[in-house]
Design a protein around this ligand. Structure first.
Ligand SMILES: [Fe+2]
Ligand SMILES: [Fe+2]
Length: 333
């Protein structure tokens, strides 16, 4: 049970009910008459009571016992436990509550979260969130439809990193600031990944290189925008290095939640780290494309030789332009 829930009960619980915090060091967990002593990790999962008769009760029976000792409305609820099958129904409802509780807590966090993001960064972060949503879907479709088994390790590694990027922006950006067009970005990502995968290995790699070329520039703009105010605040970029190291595998919650300056530095470290990942994705794809270059394909951006090369060149241009348009739209909507 969380601190808030306990506080609600404690306000009206009689003095002979003792409340113990399981995370308290040195807490002794009693055994019942049969010698049963529950594991602390198991106790953390569900509500439990150690009764005055020396019995452990978990879930619905524990609630029924507690409620019977509280105010009138709680005592009325406790009567449900006495009905035939009542405890079973209560346990089922409690099990359901435990399943939805993380989502409810997340919702509350999003609604009441302290706003520390600078207002001018929100459109850019909204476009990052939209872009990472699209990227997750690009790789998801590529993995689903790509027929070249040699590409799987590369796609799986990139897909896992895009998922980390998206998770980080999910943590960072409250729902109210996210793009209203997320469904569209998912569809756009899925279509891009599908066309690339159906085009085969070369189309897949060229598409990744085109997307990541754009994403590199996109993150760089934000890094420069954020670097300037931070530098002018302290003029001390060397201090960023520890944060960069910490965040190299994804978003870490700010170590010091108190200072906005520190949070901006962490945000900058996050963007730098993600840009590095995107550059690696671009380079992986470009290297693999070079290994498999078709005769006559010197550079996708310059004078493609065959009709297929021209189509691929046009597609890559479309992907880069489309990404730029999507970013502009996501900054607004
Ligand atoms: Fe990404
Ligand atoms: Fe990427």
């Amino acid at each position: 049970m969380c601190v808030r829930e306990v506080a609600v009960y404690r306000r009206q619980s009689p003095a002979d009910i003792l409340w113990n915090n399981l995370s308290q060091p040195g807490l002794t967990i009693p055994s019942d008459q049969a010698g049963y002593q529950p594991d602390p990790a198991a106790l953390m999962q569900r509500f439990h009571v150690f009764s005055s008769e020396g019995r452990w009760l978990h879930g619905a029976p524990a609630f029924a016992l507690l409620w019977a000792r509280l105010g009138r409305s709680w005592r009325a609820l406790a009567l449900i436990g006495r009905l035939p099958g009542g405890l079973r129904v209560m346990d089922a409802v409690y099990g359901l509550f435990l399943r939805v509780r993380p989502r409810m807590q997340e919702l509350v966090r999003h609604l009441v979260r302290e706003q520390w993001l600078p207002a001018q960064m929100i459109p850019a972060l909204r476009s990052d969130h939209a872009g990472e949503t699209g990227a997750v879907w690009i790789y998801r479709m590529m993995l689903a439809l790509q027929r070249d088994p040699g590409l799987r390790p590369l796609l799986e590694e990139h897909a896992a990193q895009e998922r980390q990027h998206l998770d980080a922006f999910n943590t960072l950006l409250p729902w109210r600031h996210r793009s209203r067009l997320l469904v569209l970005w998912r569809i756009a990502g899925a279509v891009t990944g599908m066309v690339a995968a159906l085009g085969g290995r070369r189309w897949t790699l060229a598409t990744i290189a085109a997307v990541e070329r754009f994403v590199d520039r996109h993150y760089l703009e934000q890094i420069e925008d954020l670097q300037w105010p931070i530098d002018s605040l302290r003029g001390d970029t060397a201090a960023l290095q520890p944060a960069l190291n910490n965040c190299s595998t994804g978003w870490c919650e700010p170590a010091n939640p108190g200072s906005q300056d520190d949070r901006l530095r962490e945000l900058l470290a996050l963007l730098v780290s993600f840009r590095n990942d995107e550059c690696r994705h671009r380079d992986d794809a470009t290297r693999a494309l070079d290994d498999h270059r078709a005769p006559g394909l010197t550079d996708l951006a310059s004078q493609p030789a065959t009709l297929g090369d021209r189509a691929l060149s046009l597609w890559c241009m479309l992907v880069e332009r489309g990404s730029a348009i999507a970013v502009r739209a996501a900054k607004v909507i």
